[in-house]
Design a protein around this ligand. Sequence first.
Ligand code: GLA
Length: 359
Amino acid sequence: MGWNSWNRFACHVNEALIRSAADAMVSSGMRDAGYSYIVIDDCWQGERDAKGFMAPDAKKFPSGMKVLADYVHAKGLKFGIYSDAGTKTCGGFPGSHGYETQDAQRYAEWGVDYLKYDWCNTDKQDAPSSYLTMSKALQASGRPIVFSLCEWGNTKPWLWAQNIGNLWRNTGDIADRWDGMDPNGYSMGLLKIVDMQAGLEAYAGPGHWNDPDMLEVGNGGMTDNEYRAHFSLWAMFAAPLIAGNDLAAMSPATRDILLNKEVIAVDQDSLGVAASRVWKDGDAEVWVRPLKGGGRAVVLLNRGLTPREIGVSWEQLRYPDHLVAKLRDLWLHKETGTATARTSAVVAGHAVVMLTISP
Ligand code: GLA
């Protein structure tokens, strides 16, 4: 769990922004709710020195990365950075290809705790071996660094990355919209990403997670109900919850979504099993995630605009019909009674109802 600069700020990163994000992570209560990584995405880089060591752009990061990392650490947070397996990053800055050892060493010296490693400008490079090279360089650096693979699912990293990294993107970039493609032609709406998660749940587990990309909650392109659906589904996928909004200027509604501790608890459930889509009928879907202790988290998703009653059967939960289970609505924050065999709810358009069902 953390925050990354890209979705809201793209290339407009600098030291003041990162400091203020770290401040807001604490003052908003997000740190105490479990968010810990402050990650600078692309465009922080300056140039390499004669020995191949990287420095940040001195205009954007005048104090240097070590001082900035110390600031983030002093707030009880962790510090993350971005690079690329190719010759250049997606933004056209120097990539790590051929400099993996120097980069990993320098990150360790700065106090980096997390590396997002992109896949632009990789020409004919082989993805598994390119990511393995950086994985080994990070391990040799002597500092534990979470390794986030960002090759967009091109070569199905869920099949090969379990022992190379800790999380892998399994789609292209997210766009701040409910469905369809962004006019830029490459980033995609929420439902497109949701559809790409079905069937990948078996590959997620403690220490190696599917990454359906960072959150757009609070960036303005969706309604609050749509953002609740976004946050709920990411928790069901056991996905990294990496906020991507302006933390220093959050609306109360955005804060309530990102700080819904009941939904966060589902995301972080220690059983570490991601949800399956157990039912779909047109715009109505049911997603189920088994929880530690025998309970289930359930999302009833209405992709369409018209309110619709959506139900889940105990058979879909793998419970016997006679089992009496307690229902709790994670957005209303209340117990809603008990049920046997089946339960249902009317779900507003472009929204979810999220429940836990516990024997
Ligand atoms: C790619 C990644 C994004 C972001 C940008 C930065 O598109 O998928 O998440 O890191 O590059 O340039």
